[in-house]
Ligand binder design. Structure first.
Ligand code: S3P
Length: 190
């Protein structure tokens, strides 16, 4: 079974086929890229939560952290996610720290189908230079501290409906796998 607790997922107010899909995982694992592709394949709208937060504050995430503070960012993140999760038929990419908030976890897991994009530390390390400038949470940390954060976060991401291993896989392959597993769950439980 690719999606855990399929039958449990049905016993909710939103029909399984109409539930929004949420992507979680550490910074830079490809939630936005894969989410966009899955949305395209399913003919659904794609929502990037960080982008929505940036629109609200009219500044990039790093500037929000520096000038307004992380707690205001987290509050806005929670409000937007809860709002979006209650809409049907969306594909949503949430920031890597969103699941630190219990209310966010609960809402995503009860209203949506949650996919955890799992990349190994070894593969993730190779991406660090590409993402560090736009990720305030990583800045000023040693590689050992980032590794510690990476593994600490993995525990939080263990709350999901389906885990997708993304090491050595093409974006297209990953998106196809996700779409196929969704179709299977819809067929079995939808
Ligand atoms: C964060 C992840 C970022 C963004 C912010 C904080 C985190 O999103 O929300 O910089 O705490 O992990 P991505 O996971 O899309 O990089």
């Amino acid at each position: 079974m690719l999606i855990r607790g399929g039958s449990r997922l049905v016993n909710q107010q939103i029909p399984l086929k109409e539930k929004s899909i949420v992507f979680i995982g550490f910074m830079g694992v490809g939630k936005t890229t894969i989410g966009k592709l899955v949305a395209k394949k399913l003919y659904r709208d794609f929502i990037d939560i960080d982008e929505e937060i940036e629109k609200e504050f009219q500044m990039p995430v790093s500037q929000i952290f520096n000038e307004i503070g992380e707690s205001a960012f987290r509050q806005k993140e929670k409000d937007i996610i809860i709002n979006m999760c209650r809409k049907r038929l969306q594909v949503i990419s949430v920031g890597g720290g969103a699941f630190l908030q219990e209310e966010v976890q609960k809402e995503c897991l009860s209203s949506c189908i949650v996919f955890f994009l799992d990349l190994s530390w070894e593969s993730w390390k190779e991406r660090i230079s590409m993402i560090i400038d736009s990720r305030p949470v990583l800045q000023g940390k040693t590689i050992e501290e980032i590794e510690e954060l990476f593994y600490k976060r993995q525990k939080i991401y263990s709350n999901h409906h389906s885990k997708v291993h993304t090491d050595h896989q093409e974006i297209e392959e990953i998106a196809d796998y996700i779409v196929e597993s969704l179709k299977l769950a819809w067929e079995l439980y939808g």
